[in-house]
Design a binder for this molecule. Structure first.
Ligand SMILES: Cc1ncc(C[n+]2csc(CCOP(=O)(O)OP(=O)(O)O)c2C)c(N)n1
Ligand SMILES: [Mg+2]
Length: 572
């Protein structure tokens, strides 16, 4: 039976819009310019596509990333050629490191000008090759629809990631037949529906179950993959059936309830002492959807010296990459954990949990003053109720929030884990806010990172995006200052950082803003920020030289934490 196909003549720019709509996209973050003008000319004819004009293309990529992480859908950003495209780079690298599905559409100079150092010509494909999952310059308009669908499928399938489609200006203007009822391009092997294990993986499940049954001191370590696979429930059941304590990496935070009796906390460089000691004592580690990043493992030579590692990950290239594995299982985390759940016998780990409890230290915050990061986050939590998401930037505040906020719902902690991109929080929070209307979305930044993308307040005002911005102002690039204090004899080179008057800044943008200097101001100010309809900002003036403890010195193993101000180092 033949299929009736209807074609119409569309320009490349119109095809871009049509394909985006067909793929379910309704939100774009971008910035126009010469080489992408035909696309922007077509855009108003497609009211189903909401375009948000950012103030810097980096923010477009981060906002698309934040949207993707919060919604599970594709984030889309658009930029012109040359400087527009290069401004996307940090955002693409951030999304790549944290497996976030975003599509970047870049304009390019006309085909006849490519390779001639034309005005605003940049080889964006060459530049972004190592930081995208896939990229393609479309040189023939008849391929455009197919290439965009292909890129979107690649961004979404398997381990998600960023993709880029570069479209020369004349290709955007060229017309071609567009098949209205066009068949969907599908990438071979793209998984749809309920994930299943591949046949050659099934036989590994009983082996894993046996290792779990035999272990005396097992641990579950989970990462972002559990969030990406929506495997919370299965994971919780696995933990409860086996009684195995659960460790959440920075990107795994909120994949397991913080308050669950089996939850231990965060591992690694700023992980809790009892978590790292548990890792060093464990005889089995069940690593699920994480890549054993060096911030998690410390020196891998000394990592978990007594443990066999079962590593479950969707991406085969992760198995054995950073740590040696006793058993690697490649597959969708939800599918693997479901099978494992059926295969493991119920057990408990009571003596082992008792031993871990004996590792717990009462934390020496060594924090002077009452406005501590812990108090601030407690106030934000108290005001937020259950429907809130916290987006953090990078630095000391990121670690304080990671360790102190009592996340109760899945995927409510969003941060740049892999690339550690300062400036991420404010624009990413815009994407989260549009993905989760009706929720309170907080960006928490340091005074350094906030100043990297504060221009986006204008975007929030223009587009009515109600992000609540918290700035932890310690007058320093705090995390770097901390390293200088510990490892560079307090030589504070280029880390003191001046800030503008943030309350006046808020006023200049026409938004509500407050400065908080004492804990007693917290409940009321946070509640007022939450109650404000639009964006709002609070500067929290915190102690200047507070440190994040514990800390594993770079290059050391997890067994060698610095637990408080080292006496010889606090001498000036
Ligand atoms: C784009 C970028 N540049 C530099 C760094 C290195 N870096 C990591 S943390 C940090 C300090 C962050 O300072 P601030 O934003 O004030 O946060 P704080 O540590 O004081 O909480 C710097 C410079 C980075 N992660 N990202
Ligand atoms: Mg700071």
């Amino acid at each position: 039976m033949g299929r009736l196909t209807v074609t119409e003549q569309l320009s490349g720019a119109q095809i871009l819009c049509r394909v985006l709509l067909e793929e379910g996209v309704d939100l774009l973050w971008g910035y126009p310019g010469g080489a992408i003008m035909p696309f922007y000319h077509a855009l108003p004819d497609y009211p189903g596509l909401r375009h948000i004009l950012v103030r810097h293309e980096q923010a477009a990529a981060h906002a698309a990333d934040g949207y993707a992480r919060a919604s599970g859908r594709l984030g889309v950003c658009v930029a012109t050629s040359g400087p527009g495209a290069t401004n996307l780079v940090t955002g693409l690298a951030t999304a790549s490191m944290d497996s976030s599905p975003i599509l970047a559409i870049t304009g390019q100079v006309g085909r006849s000008m490519i390779g001639r150092d034309a005005f605003q010509e940049t080889d964006v494909i060459g530049i972004t090759l190592p930081i995208t999952k896939h990229s393609h310059q479309v040189r023939d308009v008849s391929e455009l629809a197919h290439r965009v669908r292909e890129a979107i499928a690649i961004a979404r399938e398997g381990r998600p990631g960023p993709v880029l489609v570069d479209v020369p200006k004349d290709v955007q203007n060229q017309k071609t037949d567009y098949e209205v009822s066009g068949g969907r391009w599908q990438v071979a092997g793209a998984s749809k529906g309920t994930p299943h294990l591949t046949p050659n993986t099934y036989h590994l499940i009983p082996q894993a179950a046996r290792l779990i049954a035999e272990a005396q001191r097992p641990l579950i370590m989970i990462g972002h993959g559990v969030i990406l696979a929506n495997a919370y429930e299965e994971l919780r059941q696995l933990a409860e059936r086996t009684g195995i304590p659960v460790i959440t990496t920075l990107l795994g935070i909120s994949a397991f309830p913080e308050s669950h009796p089996l939850h231990l906390g965060m591992p690694g460089m700023h992980g809790e002492v009892h978590v790292n000691r548990a890792i060093q004592r464990a005889d089995l580690i069940l690593g699920i959807g994480l890549r054993f990043d060096d911030r998690v493992t410390g020196n891998t030579a000394g990592f978990a010296p007594q443990a066999g590692i079962i590593h479950i990950d969707l991406d085969a290239s992760e198995i054995g990459k950073n740590v040696p594995t006793a058993l690697g299982i490649v597959g969708d985390v939800k599918a693997v954990v479901t099978e494992l759940l059926a295969a493991v016998a119920p057990r408990h780990c009571d003596p082992w949990r008792e031993e871990i409890r004996s590792f717990v230290r009462t934390r020496d915050e060594s924090y002077k003053g009452d406005l501590s990061p812990v108090n601030i986050m407690a106030a934000i939590h108290d005001a937020a109720g259950s429907r809130s998401t916290i987006v953090t930037d990078v630095g000391q505040h990121q670690m304080w929030v990671a360790k102190s906020y009592p996340y109760r719902r899945p995927n409510t902690h969003i941060t740049s884990g892999g690339l550690g991109t300062m400036g991420f929080a404010v624009p990413a929070a815009m994407g989260v806010a549009l993905a989760r209307p009706g929720e309170t979305v907080w960006s928490i930044s340091g005074d350094g990172g906030f100043q990297m993308n504060l221009q986006e307040i204008a975007t929030m005002v223009q587009e009515k995006i109600p992000v609540k911005m918290g700035i932890f102002n310690n007058g320093y690039l705090g995390m770097v200052r901390q390293w200088q204090q510990f490892f560079h004899q307090r030589r504070y080179s280029a880390t003191p950082i001046w800030s503008p008057d943030y309350v006046k800044l808020a006023e200049a943008y026409g938004i509500a803003g407050w400065r908080v200097e004492h804990a007693r101001q917290l409940p009321e100010t946070v509640a007022r920020a939450k109650a404000t309809r639009g964006p709002a900002l609070i500067e929290f003036v915190i102690e200047q030289e507070a440190n994040v403890f514990p800390m594993i010195p770079p290059g050391a193993s997890l067994s060698e934490p610095i637990e408080g101000e080292p006496a010889e180092m606090s001498r000036t």
